[in-house]
Design a protein around this ligand. Sequence first.
Ligand code: DAH
Length: 351
Amino acid sequence: MSYTIKDIAVAAEELKKQFETLEDKKAIRRSPTFRELFSKIKTAEPDKRAQFGAEVNKLKNEVEAWLSELESDNDDRAPIDVTAPFPTNSNPTTRFSLLPTQKGSIHPLMKELETVLGIFARMGFATIESREIDDDYHMFGALNFPEGHPARDDYDTFMTTQKDKKGKQFIAPAHTSTMQNRVLRQFASNLVNDEPIAVVIPGRVFRNEDLDARHEHTFYQLEGVYVGKAVTAGNLIATLKVFLQEYYQQELEVKTQPFYFPFTEPSFEFALSCPFCKKQGCNVCSQTGWIELLGCGMIHPNVLKEAGIDPTIYTGFAWGGGIDRLVMMKYDIEDIRHFESGKLEFLRQFS
Ligand code: DAH
C-alpha cells in the first residue's frame, strides 16, 4: 500500500488534532503520523515519489510554523505595536534587522552650559531655569516697557492665539529677562539677611528672526541678576570679566559702550577683546579685535520697585547674552543653525 497526495490532507488533520492536545507541543515532531509519512516516501510509486516527498516536507514546515507562532505568542513582547516596522508576532529570525545604533551624547550647548553654570556657582550664583512659555507682564510690563512702547518691537516675539486671564496673548519668551521679576521676589529675603541676590538664569528663547549663520529663531541665553547694597557698574564689569577669562582660559580685555534697554539705567553693550587674534583682527571679530557679546546695565529702579525692593537702599546689575554665541566662539563654529539642526556629523564632533 502506498500513500497518495490526498492522504497528506488526512495526515495534516490528524497532526492538527494531536498538536492541540499535546502538552509538550514540540513532541509533535516525533508524532507516529510523521514517522509513517516519511517511511512511506520510499514505497511510493516511483513517478509520484518526488511530489509526495515535497508534500510531506511542506507539511513538516507548516507544523514548524505552528511551533514558532506559539513561541512568539508566549514571549512577553506587546502583542501589537503599530509603530514596529515588522509584524510583532512574527518569528524573530525572520524580521529584517534594524539600523545599527550608536551611543548618543550630551548636546554641545548643554555640555558648555554646565561649564558656564559651574563657574558662576563658584562665584556664589544660584541657578534658576527660565520658562518656555510666559506672559506679557513678565516679558514687558515688569521690565519697565510701557504699553505701546516702540522698544517692544525690538523683540520679534512669538505669541499664542490663546489669551491669559487679562486678555493678553501668551508669549514664547524672546529673552531670559522675563525671569527678573520672579527671581528678585524669590530671593528678596536674602537682602533682609544682609546677603546679596545672586542668580543666573539659563533658558531657551525664541524670536521671529530672519535666519542666517548668526541668527536662529530658537537659541539660548544666560541672564544674570545681582542686587545688594552699594553695588556698582564696576562690580558688573569685573564679574563678567572674571567669568569670561575663566571660560576662555586666558587674560582678556573688556569694554562697555552706552546702549538702551528699558530695564537698565545706565545700559551697556559689553565687548571683549577677541580671544582668537588678541586684538590683531581676524574673521571671528570681523577684523575689529573686539567682540560685542551681550547687553547689561544697572537694574532700573522701576524694575526693583515692581519686585518689592526699595531702590533707595539697594542697587544691582543684570546682564543677558547668547550662550550659542559663546560656544560658537570657543569652538570656531561658523553657523548658529547647526545647534538646532540635529545634524549627526556636527553633533558627533562633541561626543
Ligand atoms: N534681554 C536683553 C536682550 O535679550 C539683554 C539684556 C540687556 C539683559 C540688559 C539684561 C540687561 O539683564 O540688564 O536683548
